[in-house]
Design a protein. Structure first.
Lengths: 308, 272
């Protein structure tokens, strides 16, 4: 496959040259290679102009103070002001809790599916993929409706006698977490399920053969083998949570303010690019650092199809 | 039943009965995953402002409200236009890039691949404010074309990955054979390679459409005026109060998404 370059000096190049001129052939191959590289240019230029350059510019702006001179004031403000510290604390808290809940809920389901015959497992997989592809806004709206004061969850819980009067489960941290776990679960389940499917069942037979009970065989053989997928999935979930915007904005009721929301309000309300860009730089660096760690365990392009 | 409960469930001889808790838990989790989205569908036909379930009285009033509202109709039109244009821009340039990266192992291929994947990794809010800044400077904020370009970069990673994967499993010798028989590279690609990776290309196109159609954060910043998208208006309506009209829009969006995903599955299936 990678021998593509050897074929670049095809029949046309050779024919055009007429005689067997090695120098000419080489130049011809180089031109061909450049033309092929040129195929990438529309896409690459678009990403450079609309993403790489503006983000680079945000880096620059984050080091410019109110007086137009180089300064660290945008970063100092982040450290000094209590409100900023609280936003980072909330962001980490929400991300960590969501990740932990996703592991607790997602790992058993992935395990269950990995034990099924593949035809039934594929059916169960649809239940994971269906929410994965449904619009994030639609799902957030669904939870808003279900969790509201007169919503289904409150009504049914009171009918069952779980609690007596409607409790507040939306426009706060609880509602935000429920929706975020719901949105993030597929991102955990899919890589975990993938790594579980790759485990050779003979290892478990061998463990049983050597006298390990089911519990011991699971924890000493199966779980460690599924750990890379679990680790990668957790990191992906955590990193995507850090940048969340829609869910806390709609379901948080102003009580759950995450970094993305602060960036948005700095631009929309205060037109303060310095503060927004410094927050953005910190968010980006955290994201890149975690993705870099994750990339050593899984290929990131295999986790395609995210839509946060 | 008794026999089944006592039968071994896995290689470790754990019995089905000992596994029951896992089956029940998994069933509940699957309900948790699917139910919230599906429950919106019957609710959207509720007569009540509070969207009862099951609805005591059925009606299509929220659908009538949606289809009767010029604002919602305009936003829906914008969303479809932007999604279709995004699909038409992202698919060809993404396939070109994937092909270029695949056949020519030039020095910067790895770097370009990483650049093309960045829109998938950078937090959306940064892409949104970055594009906002560029568009304000160029004075093209709130135009259809600028929104399409921003959505195109969000769709590109998916196109490059899906098409790139198909090219990896495709035998390039076929194209070489065509060219040694006199076809130009372009003709060889169109008549030999493209037909064999067409399912990946169609999947890429569908994913590009969906990426744009469902996108909220970037649209919040750079769509507006006459070109506000459906998701932007939905988001703003959600922040204010629970408008039952959104239930009908959600139902229609679920239908659009499901149709596209079924189409993608069918195309994917016919590959094997």
């Amino acid at each position: 496959m990678s021998t593509g370059t050897t074929a670049t000096s095809g029949p046309i190049g050779a024919a055009a040259l007429g005689d067997n001129n090695a120098e000419g052939l080489k130049a011809d191959a180089r031109r061909e290679r450049l033309r092929l590289a040129g195929l990438c240019s529309p896409a690459a230029i678009l990403v450079l102009v609309l993403l790489v350059i503006p983000v680079g510019w945000l880096f620059y702006v984050s080091f410019i103070g109110a007086d137009g001179q180089f300064s660290l004031e945008n970063y100092e403000r982040m450290i000094e002001r209590k409100s900023y510290a609280r936003i980072f604390q909330t962001t980490f808290e929400v991300s960590l809790l969501t990740t932990a809940l996703c592991i607790l809920i997602g790992y058993p389901l992935a395990y269950f599916m990995s034990q099924l015959p593949s035809r039934i497992a594929n059916l169960c997989l649809i239940t994971v993929l269906l929410p994965f592809w449904t619009s994030l806004l639609v799902r957030t709206y669904a939870w808003l409706v279900l969790l509201q004061k007169r919503g289904l969850v409150n009504t049914w819980a009171m009918d069952l006698g779980l609690w007596d009067e409607p409790i507040k489960i939306v426009h706060n941290m609880t509602g935000t977490l429920i929706d975020m776990v719901h949105i993030m679960l597929p991102f955990l389940i899919l890589p975990v399920y993938g790594s579980m499917k790759a485990i050779d069942k003979d290892y478990l037979k061998a463990a049983a053969n050597l006298g390990a009970g089911p519990t011991r065989a699971f924890w000493t053989v199966f779980f460690p083998l599924s750990a890379p997928g679990l680790f990668a999935g957790s990191l992906i979930v955590f990193v995507l949570c850090l940048g969340f915007f829609v869910t806390p904005a709609v379901l948080g009721g102003g009580k759950v303010i995450m970094v993305s929301m602060k960036i948005a309000s700095n631009i929309e309300l205060f037109v303060n690019w310095g503060a927004a860009s410094a927050l953005g730089v910190v968010l980006l660096l955290m994201t890149v650092a975690i993705l870099w760690i994750a990339a050593r365990f899984v290929r990131l392009d295999q986790l395609a199809g995210q839509g946060h | 039943m008794k026999g089944w409960l006592d039968s071994p469930a896995s290689e470790t001889q754990i019995t089905q009965a000992q596994r029951l808790w896992l089956y029940i838990l998994s069933g509940l989790i699957m309900v948790f995953l699917v139910a919230p989205t599906l429950i919106v569908v019957p609710m959207s036909f509720s007569e009540s402002q509070y969207l009862e379930f099951p609805p005591r009285e059925w009606s299509t009033r929220w659908y009538e409200h949606y289809f009767g509202s010029p604002e919602w109709m305009a936003a829906t039109g914008t969303s479809f236009k932007v999604a279709i244009l995004t699909m038409l821009v992202a698919t060809p340039i993404g396939v070109m890039a994937a092909y270029g990266l695949h056949v020519s192992k030039f020095a910067f291929a790895r770097l370009i691949f990483v650049i093309l994947l960045t829109p998938m990794m950078v937090p959306l809010i940064l892409i949104a404010i970055g594009a906002f800044y560029v568009y304000v400077k160029l004075q093209i904020l709130y135009t259809l074309a600028s929104l399409v370009l921003a959505h195109t970069i969000l769709a590109l990673p998916l196109v490059v990955i899906v098409t790139g994967a198909a090219l990896k499993s495709y035998d390039m010798n076929q194209e070489r054979a065509a060219r040694s028989l006199g076809a130009s590279r372009w003709v060889a690609f169109l008549t030999v390679t493209l037909p064999q990776i067409r399912f990946a290309v169609i999947t890429s196109a569908l994913l590009s459409f969906l990426t744009s159609f469902d996108e909220v954060v970037v649209a919040l910043f750079i769509s507006g005026g006459d070109n506000a998208t459906l998701t932007r208006n939905m988001f703003n309506a959600l922040r204010d109060q629970i408008d039952p009209t959104i239930a009908s829009i959600s139902t229609l969006m679920i239908i659009v998404t499901s149709l596209l995903m079924v189409a993608a599955q069918l195309f994917g299936k016919s590959r094997g």
